[in-house]
Unconditional design. Structure first.
Length: 258
């Protein structure tokens, strides 16, 4: 199992946050099966192409598959780190993890569709998808359809990061039982805030799609705020962390004093 290999190699351990779980739980095993199934659903076809046209159809879907796969892997990796850092197996954690898996499975097709459309338009396809039989079909027929598509995508985006907000907040509430030190508590709060910022951007996108009228088609552009907002937040939290590290270093007795 890939989690076991990552644990053995210490992948994800930056030595800033103590691991409280070094074993793969049954919940994580189920999660891996669900993520594996979701990735399988991303594949255009489970059969080997029989004609050149079918092969080209598969190849045209590679870009959208790669992007969707990367996003699913990021979600999986964040979940992997959560269980390594906190090792929680209580009912609330199981419920929230189940909700995360539900959202992942349900939104696989909307995720793939959005990035298929994006790659198609970026490569000059103008939203026209060419099928293996030589025919073509318009992926989006109106601005209203585009706005509704972004509503669906935004709902999934908000749901995923909303679950992570609740997971990290639940871990923060258990900080005494988990024996989180000051830096680990700060990092947990930072994770809560980072996920909440993603939720806010998703909500903004939904609002633009729902109430923006003719501007609803531009709802997807709100996600361009992510690298800007998250970089600012990461910089601020990084400065705060370094300040606490310096204060803790000054508070420690020096070796000469001993």
């Amino acid at each position: 199992m890939i989690r076991e290999k990552l644990i053995d190699k210490g992948i994800g351990d930056d030595h800033k946050f103590r691991w409280r779980s070094h074993e793969v739980s049954r919940t994580e095993g189920l999660s891996d099966a669900v993520f594996g199934f979701a990735i399988t659903l991303l594949v255009v076809s489970l059969e080997v192409p029989k004609t050149y046209g079918e092969l080209m159809q598969v190849m045209r879907g590679f870009g959208a598959f790669a992007i969707s796969f990367t996003l699913l892997f990021i979600v999986w990796y964040n979940q992997y780190k959560f269980f390594r850092r906190y090792g929680l197996q209580d009912n609330i954690t199981m419920l929230l993890n189940g909700a995360l898996l539900f959202v992942v499975i349900f939104y696989v097709y909307p995720l793939k569709f959005v990035f298929t459309l994006l790659v198609n338009q970026f490569t000059g396809g103008q939203g026209i998808l060419r099928l293996a039989d030589g025919s073509s079909v318009q992926m989006i027929e109106s601005n209203d359809q585009m706005a509704r598509l972004m509503l669906i995508f935004g709902a999934g985006y908000v749901a995923v990061f909303g679950v992570f907000v609740l997971l990290y907040w639940h871990a923060y509430r258990q900080r005494v039982a988990l024996d989180l030190n000051e830096l680990e508590s700060l990092d947990t709060r930072a994770d809560v805030q980072e996920c909440a910022l993603n939720v806010a951007i998703g909500v903004l996108s939904i609002a633009v799609a729902a109430f923006g009228g003719h501007f609803g088609v531009f709802a997807g552009f709100t996600y361009m705020l992510c690298p800007i907002v998250l970089t600012i937040h990461g910089t601020l939290m990084g400065k705060r962390r370094r300040r606490i590290e310096n204060e803790l270093d000054l508070a420690r007795p020096s070796s000469s004093a001993l």
